[in-house]
Design a protein around this ligand. Structure first.
Ligand SMILES: Nc1nc2c(ncn2[C@@H]2O[C@H](COP(=O)(O)OP(=O)(O)OP(=O)(O)O)[C@@H](O)[C@H]2O)c(=O)[nH]1
Ligand SMILES: [Zn+2]
Length: 179
């Protein structure tokens, strides 16, 4: 891995401490960027219910292999509903709801995230144009709406497993996640 800097951002109106890993150098070309939403269960404990852990590792591997890029670790646990509410959503999914309906049953939108803080972090790091690693069109729209140009979307699919296959299918079908 090239030399990496870790930068903590605080003072955003959500009261969270968001984090940037700034890897190597990216010169004039649009930087390879991953917006990773916090997932304690997947990132730390290796839960198989989602694809977050493998996505995090693979994003860092790809950025390192390119010699530079940025991973923003955004404190948006549970698509912005927080850990306890995500665990409540998991309990509903054990009873047959999908990931979107579980959120709605709890009184939340499908996805409570926005990417204005991510855009502000990129700007503070001097980055205005990115190649974005994601399958989620809402991330592309969110960054562009906040003034960051997305020169390219780079697909970021992980192999499914028996525990997350329905979850990944629901995201394609209901949340418009791209192939
Ligand atoms: N509310 C809720 N959040 C979940 C669930 N499973 C994973 N998450 C959260 O979803 C976030 C990860 O986002 P994803 O929707 O998997 O993927 P994405 O980041 O939007 O899209 P990609 O960039 O393509 O990976 C993390 O904050 C996880 O904690 C779930 O069933 N319910
Ligand atoms: Zn996850």
């Amino acid at each position: 891995m090239p030399e990496t800097q870790i930068v903590a951002f605080r003072g955003t109106d959500d009261g969270q401490e968001h984090v940037a890993l700034v890897v190597g150098a990216f010169g004039g070309a649009p930087a390879l960027v991953r917006l990773h939403s916090e997932c304690l269960t997947g990132d730390v404990f290796g839960s198989l219910k989602c694809d977050c852990g493998p996505q995090l590792k693979e994003a860092l591997r790809l950025i390192g292999a390119e010699g530079g890029g940025i991973l923003l670790y955004l404190r948006q646990e549970g698509r912005g509903i927080g850990l306890a509410n995500k665990l409540r959503a998991y309990a509903l999914q054990d009873r047959g709801l999908d990931t979107v309906d579980a959120n709605r049953r709890l009184g939340f939108a499908d996805d409570e995230r926005d990417y204005a803080h991510a855009a502000a972090m990129l700007r503070a790091l001097g980055v205005e144009r990115v190649r974005l690693l994601t399958n989620n069109p809402a991330k592309v729209r969110g960054l562009e709406a906040a003034g960051i140009a997305v020169a390219e979307r780079v697909a970021h699919h992980m192999p499914a497993n028996p525990h997350n296959a329905d979850y990944l299918a629901a995201k394609r079908k209901k949340s418009g996640h791209l192939p």
